[in-house]
Structures are given as structure tokens and as C-alpha cells.
Write a protein that binds this ligand. Structure first.
Ligand code: NDP
Length: 311
């Protein structure tokens, strides 16, 4: 059996920061990257708010730097998805993890940093047209809709950032905002308002998508006036938030009704000895790269203390 002192699940800022600290503490961490190595930041453009980058940095470049930093201290980064966990309730017990439904390994401490994934509206047409006009990542897929009209749903920072990105590729970007105001920060709101080809439809929700094989338009309803119309569009982007990637822990760890893992107060500790949760999988409040990195650091320090207490 492949046995390790510390296994980190997930490769976003939380996972890599945990890896840097765990590796420097000589825990010889093994990281499983998940299906999206580098996590959500690999689908973003500029990161302007991570301390230490006065000129900003691209999300993918930042994740590459984090990986190199973690590997420099001896983290072993493995591509693979943890598909099942069997946690031990005993102090010092071995936790068993299944990778890609095949191989199993055991870990004395597990740091969960599985992050979160984009939400969809739940329209049947979203599935039918996935990859043929529907996307939850403007930065990944926007290029395919160059010079075409696009619609983006949401009014938060992600929607504002992605609308601005799309406005550089598309002649017309329509933002569907379900209320009368944006949730996005003032700085992001200014960017949207200063982009002449972004048009906001307030109090408006998408109710269906038009097009059999490829998207042709978005059917929307104004909740104030009741007006229903079709906005012609070839691209439809979702930017309405995320769901934590915690399904595999159901029944073994405490989580709230959305699926965010519940940790002890002022700690990343879960109810299972030696299992720690960090980053967006357990943070529904801040959800920033820097806060994810902070809780990744906490998780590694707590894992180290847990292991030294065992000895
Ligand atoms: P948010 O939860 O902040 O915003 C989600 C948006 O989608 C809101 O406008 C919400 O409307 C809307 N929405 C949710 N569900 C639906 C629905 N079913 N139909 C229509 N609209 C819906 O998520 P974000 O992904 O934008 O941001 C997450 C976090 O990441 C935030 O803390 C944000 O600040 C941060 N972030 C920071 C960035 C940066 O600083 N550069 C970039 C991107 C994200 P309502 O307001 O009515 O709830």
C-alpha cells in the first residue's frame, strides 16, 4: 500500500500553499491535482489583487509559479482525481483515498482543497448546447465567439470581469442581471460601465435558449414588466457563482446545505482527526485566492502539529 504522511487534494491556491508549507515541514506531501490542474485561476485573465504582484499577473502564470514553488521543496504533484475517500475516525488512523476509481493510497493527514465549480441555471437547453454556444468560462471559450454577439448571466465580479473580457472580442455583450444592481465591486462596475459595447438588461432572467444544434438566441423575461423577448446571440456565458466540490465527502464530513465543508472555529480541522479543509471548499464568505492561500497555510500547519503530537 502506497502510504504517505500528507496528501493534498486539489491544486488551486489553497492546495499549493498547503503544499509549500507541508513540504518545508518535511511532510513530503503528495498532491492530486484533480481534473483542472491549477483550479479556477487557470480560467481567469489578470489577477490584480494578489499581494506581491504590483503589475498584476495572469491566473495561469501565477498557478505555474505556485506549482514550481511547491515542487522546489519536494511536493510530488500527481495528475489524478480522488473519486472516493474512507476516513478513519481514530486519532493517528490511516485515511484511504481512491484515485481515478482504480488505485488506492493511504494518508495519515489529508488536506482538502478541492475548490468550487461553476453553477448553471438548470435549463434543459444548457445541456443540449453545451460547447455549442453555452459556456461557464468566458476566458476559456470567449475566443470561439469572436466577432459574434454574446450574452452573459450574472452581476458579480466574475460576470463583470468576463463581460469586460468578452467586450474586447465581441461587437455586443448583453449582461443579464436579475436585480436592479450589480453585486460586483465598484472597480469592476466602472469597467463595465466604461465599455460602450456592454449592454445591461436589468431585472432580467434567461428562461430558454433558442437553437437546436448551435445557439441562436437567448429567451429572456423581465421580472418587472413581464416582457419576454429573444436576444440574438451565438454565445451564452454563465457567471452566477460556484458550488463547492465536496460531493465525495458527503456522509463523512459535516457540510452546510450548499455543500461547504464545516471546520472548527479558528481552524481548518474537520470532525475527522487528521483531515483539514481549506480554500473555496470550506469558504463561502471570502472566496479569494489570497484567503484560499491563507487557509491552505493553516491546514498545513495544523497537519504538521497533528503529526508531531502523534509522535
Ligand atoms: P457572486 O456570488 O459574487 O455573484 C453571482 C452573481 O450571479 C450575482 O449577481 C447573483 O445575483 C447572480 N446570480 C446567482 N444566481 C443566479 C441565477 N440563478 N440567475 C441569475 N443570476 C444569478 O459570484 P462571483 O462568481 O461573481 O464571485 C465569487 C467571489 O469571487 C466573490 O467574492 C467575488 O468578489 C470574487 N471574485 C473576485 C474577482 C476579482 O476581484 N478580480 C473576480 C471574480 C470573482 P444576486 O446579486 O441577485 O445574488
Amino acid at each position: 500500500m502506497d502510504k504517505h504522511e500528507c496528501v493534498i487534494i486539489g491544486s488551486g491556491p489553497a492546495g499549493y500553499t498547503a503544499a509549500i508549507y507541508a513540504a518545508r515541514a518535511d511532510l513530503k506531501p503528495i498532491m492530486y491535482t484533480g481534473l483542472e490542474p491549477g483550479g479556477q485561476l487557470t480560467t481567469t485573465t489578470e489577477v490584480d489583487n494578489f499581494p506581491g504582484y504590483p503589475n498584476g499577473i495572469s491566473g495561469p502564470a501565477m498557478m505555474e509559479d505556485l506549482q514550481k514553488q511547491a515542487e522546489r521543496f519536494g511536493t510530488e504533484v500527481r495528475f489524478g482525481l480522488i473519486t472516493k475517500v474512507e476516513f478513519s475516525n481514530e486519532i493517528g488512523g490511516w485515511h484511504t483515498l481512491t484515485i481515478d476509481e482504480e488505485k488506492t493510497i493511504q494518508a495519515r493527514t489529508v488536506i482538502i482543497s478541492t475548490g468550487a465549480s461553476a453553477k448553471y441555471l438548470g435549463l434543459e437547453a444548457e445541456k443540449r448546447l453545451a460547447g455549442h454556444g453555452v459556456s461557464a468560462c468566458a476566458v476559456c471559450d470567449g475566443f470561439f465567439y469572436k466577432n459574434q454577439e454574446v450574452v452573459i448571466v450574472g452581476g458579480g465580479d466574475t460576470a463583470a470581469e468576463e463581460a469586460t473580457y468578452l467586450s474586447k472580442l465581441s461587437p455586443k455583450v448583453t449582461m443579464l442581471v436579475r436585480r436592479e444592481e450589480l453585486r460586483a465591486s465598484k472597480a469592476m462596475q466602472h469597467r463595465v460601465m466604461n465599455s460602450p459595447n456592454i449592454h445591461i438588461e436589468w431585472n432580467t432572467e434567461a428562461i430558454d435558449l433558442v437553437g437546436e444544434k448551435v445557439l441562436e438566441g437567448v429567451k429572456v423575461r423581465n421580472s418587472k414588466t413581464g416582457e419576454v423577448k429573444v436576444i440574438p446571440a451565438q454565445g451564452f456565458f454563465l457567471a452566477i457563482g460556484h458550488t463547492p466540490n465536496t460531493a465525495i465527502f458527503k456522509g463523512q464530513l459535516d457540510m452546510d446545505n450548499v455543500g461547504y465543508l464545516i471546520t472548527k472555529s479558528d481552524s481548518t480541522g474537520t470532525k475527522i482527526p487528521g483531515v483539514f479543509a481549506s480554500g473555496d471548499a470550506q469558504d463561502k464568505v471570502y472566496r479569494q485566492a489570497v484567503t484560499a492561500a491563507g487557509t491552505g497555510c493553516m491546514a498545513a500547519l495544523e497537519a504538521e502539529r497533528y503529526l508531531s503530537d502523534l509522535n
